[in-house]
Design a protein around this ligand. Structure first.
Ligand code: SAM
Length: 262
């Protein structure tokens, strides 16, 4: 059964088998994994992942897709469907409730909210073992960008401070029904272990990174003036005349910590 894809839900269903297989083998689900899929749609990834893992929890916002997913899953494995907006799902609580230390998350994400989903997952990074996501290629490029690159920005810094970012492979528009207007890429995100994670206050860090990149052509001294003065920036070992795009992710952590102390 094939539903008419809904634009408002960002529905682009993956149909090319070779990309489905590549994603499933990148995830490499095992029988002890607690797997969560964001946006199962018509089940292109759901059923092969379920077959490999034996059980899977899928989070889907579109009610119309749920009966088909449920009936087709019955002969394959144990599929639990959470009918919700993924941004309201507390992954930390889900891991606790399921009695697992960490979830494995996968999904061909709805592109209209891909950045909010990424930030939401970062907030729950301690409860996540890994993530495999299909995203716009441009978003994956930004996530993996290094200082000095034109696309280095807020997404690069926040993602790299929480996870190892591994772009895997590109997927052309023709692999989806209907084809999106953009190229896509699959990325693997592995949350950093607790001793490698930064110890800045997350709210301050967000504020500093956001302000620094809001006006990326300005010097940090100007861009951050609502948050900290030039002396405070120097105390973080950073030149107030520098621009945000030249700073490494760890530099922003020092700035956020100075912002708290000053
Ligand atoms: N996984 C399927 C595939 O690869 O063919 C569908 C991918 S489609 C790009 C995105 C899916 O996310 C759709 O099923 C859509 O209904 C669902 N979705 C959209 N917004 C959502 C949200 N806020 N929370 C959960 N699912 C959402």
């Amino acid at each position: 059964m094939s539903a008419r894809p809904k634009k408002s839900f960002g529905q682009h269903f993956l149909h090319e088998r070779r990309y489905i297989e590549r994603i499933v083998s990148a995830v490499a689900p095992g029988p002890d994994d607690f797997l969560v899929e964001i946006g199962p749609g018509e089940g292109a990834l759901t059923f092969p992942l379920l077959a490999a893992a034996g059980r899977l929890t899928a989070i889907e916002l579109d009610t119309d897709l749920i009966p088909n997913l449920q009936s087709r899953a019955a002969s394959i494995g144990e599929l639990a469907i959470v009918h919700a907006d993924v941004l309201t799902v507390d992954f930390t609580a889900m891991a606790h409730q399921q009695g697992v230390s960490r979830l494995r998350i996968a999904g061909n994400l709805p592109y209209y909210i891909s950045s909010p989903i990424l930030f939401h997952c970062v907030d729950h990074a301690a409860a996540i073992a890994d993530m495999h996501f299909m995203l716009q290629k441009e978003v994956v490029d930004r996530m993996a960008a290094e200082p000095g690159s034109k696309v280095y920005g807020r997404l690069s810094v926040m993602l790299q401070l929480a996870c190892r970012v591994e772009p895997l492979f590109d997927v052309p528009p023709g692999a989806f029904r209907p084809p999106p207007k953009v190229d896509s890429s699959v990325v693997r995100l592995i949350p950093l272990s607790s001793d490698a994670r930064h110890d800045a206050d997350p709210v301050r860090l967000h504020a500093v990174v956001k302000a620094a990149f809001a006006q990326r052509r300005k010097t940090l001294g100007n861009a951050l003036k609502q948050l900290l003065d030039a002396d405070a920036i120097r105390r973080a070992d950073i030149d107030p005349k520098a621009r945000a795009e030249t700073l490494a992710p760890a530099d922003f952590v020092r700035l956020a910590k100075v912002a708290v102390e000053s």
